[in-house]
Structure formats: C-alpha cells, structure tokens
Design a protein around this ligand. Sequence first.
Ligand SMILES: [Zn+2]
Length: 373
Amino acid sequence: MAAHTSRTYADVNAVVGGYLRDLAFAQSSQQKMFGYKRAAAAILSLDVPLTDLVGPDGALPKIPGIGPGSTRIIREILDTGESPTVERAIADSDRRADIERRRQLRRHFLSRAEVRLILLDPSFSDPSLEDYYGDLQMHSEWSDGAPTVQQIADACLQRGYRYAAVTDHSYGLRIAGGMSMAEAAQQRHAIDQLNARLGTEFRLFQGIEANIDAAGQLDLSDDEAATFDVVLAAPHSRLRRNEDQTDRMLAAVAHPAVRILAHPRGRITGSRAGVMANWDRVFAAAVQRGVAIEIDGDPARQDLDYSLAARALEAGCLFALDSDAHTTDQLSYAETAVAHARLAGIPADRIVNCWPIDRLLAWLANPTSERLS
Ligand SMILES: [Zn+2]
C-alpha cells in the first residue's frame, strides 16, 4: 500500500478556504456570497501557507481579495483551528444541510500552497517535476480554451517540456465549443507546420477529449478517432446522479481508441461528487486494456485524488498527469497532479508523462505493451 495517503498535518489554506466557502453559502445576500467565494479562491491559490504570512506581531499582510470580514475569520482559525463565527452563521442560516453536503465534497483536495510543499518535500521520491516531460490534456482556441497552438507550444517549451498534447473537445460537446472534424483537419495542419518549425526539440501532439455518453460510447466514429495522436475519454454528463455507472465507465475504457480516461469522476470541489462506480472494476479493466487513468490537476477537479489513485496503483494502472489548462498560465495545474501522484506513491515509471517520447509513442500505438506481467 502507498505510504503517504494519510497525512497527519493540516493543509491550513484548505481549512481556511473551506470555512470561507461555508460562510459564502450561509449568506442571504448574493453580493456577500460572491465576496466570500472570491476570498476562498484567493486563499486556496496562495503560494504559501497562511501560517508563514503572519508577522511577529501576529498581523496578517494585505492579501488581494481578502476583506476585513474574511480577515477576522482567518485570525480565528489561525488562533484556534476552527471558526465559531462561521459555525454560528451556518446554524443561523437555512442552508445547513447543503453546507454539510458541500463539506463532504471537499475531501482530498489540496491547496496551491500544499501542492508546493509536497513538491519540495524530499520524503517523497517520485515523481518530481524534473521527471515530468509533457502534459497530455489542455485546450486551445479550437474549443473552449484561449491560446493558439503556437502559444501552447511556446509556453510548454518555457516549462521545459519535450512534448505535449493539445486535446480540444470533440464535436459532441457543443457546450464546450467542440471541434468539428473539418476544424480538426485545419488544426492538424497548424500543428504539423508548428512541429516542422520546432524540429526535434519539442513535439506537439494532436489529441482529442472525446465525450463519454450515457451508455459509455464516444462522440467520435472509429475512423474519426484514428485521425488523432491520442484519444482521451471523459464524462461530462450524469455527474450528479446517485446511481451506479460502472457499466458506462467500463464501456468507455473498453473502446479500442481510448488511451487515457480523463477526469474519471467529473467531480468538482465542494459542489458535485461526479460519477459513482465500482472503481476497482474500472481500474482492473483499464489495466487489461493498457488505458492510463488521469490525475487531472485543475484545482477544482483534482480527479483522481491521491486516495483513489493509490487504489488504481494497487490495481496496476498506468497514469497520465495533466493540467486540463484552458490558458497557458493554467499549465501550472500539472503540478497539482504531480503532488497527488507523490502522495499516492506512484513511481515515475508508471506515469506516461514521465516517459521519453519513443516509449510514449510505442504505448500509444500498442497500449497493452506496457502491461505488468
Ligand atoms: Zn473535460
């Protein structure tokens, strides 16, 4: 069993961010609700723990997005570990049950500061950021992302990557600006030109994030899927159902074109639990097919998280650690995925992003080649 799945210390920014979100949902004024949500987001994305920001006189520095009300809550939590003020606000509101539900949906999420501490902590051996050669889920202007493929390549090179896959949504997901096959052909042309200019220094793959429908089928025909360098499959619907969806996920994993099961649950922090399934069966099927299980590093997703990822590791799965970036700044979200992999104890050898490009290409061509005997 992986060694690091039970941490004994608190992620203070996650605790504070959680209380501020509770307080947001206890408000009857929309404006106050947005204010506390903004404050929570500001704390969760800080690079350092709040305990490191307190001055010798006990004062907190000015933090953008944090008003006097939030500062009082932060003080209370830093002094006592909890917030009676927030608990009172919850008790006085008519949203107790909803806030309790949301609290359950914050488990195993890491703040940005915690991610950075885990990356620097020498007690975790694998994977380090130096082991991480390229990111295999991100979105460009061709679907719901902002950057051009050129901007993506530049930003990936700046991060020291050897390769990356741009994985726009396929046409079945109209809400996310899904790319038609005609657009995909144009994007392929742009990527080919880019790769010709870049030579051997860096390779941009044309991937696709296919949508898993209610029955576990993809929104791509086999011929369409075959035009992409890498096919990710991900659920974007039926994410709030209280019913088992194991068969749906087994069907997606069994699709011969799929190489990565992306954000497998579709969970969102403090909001939705995502797909309910017998994950051990899904992991076992992924092992048989050579499909990699993704750790999606979007801070709101963190899907899989380290606790479920440790079970996938025990099953013998391969992993993909991806940012799911929609802007070039968000490429840093890959670090969240690396932190979860460290907590789960996943060796770099089981992570497709830590492979040299030749090994990655061989697996894409023949996914069962990496099955552990
Ligand atoms: Zn997605």
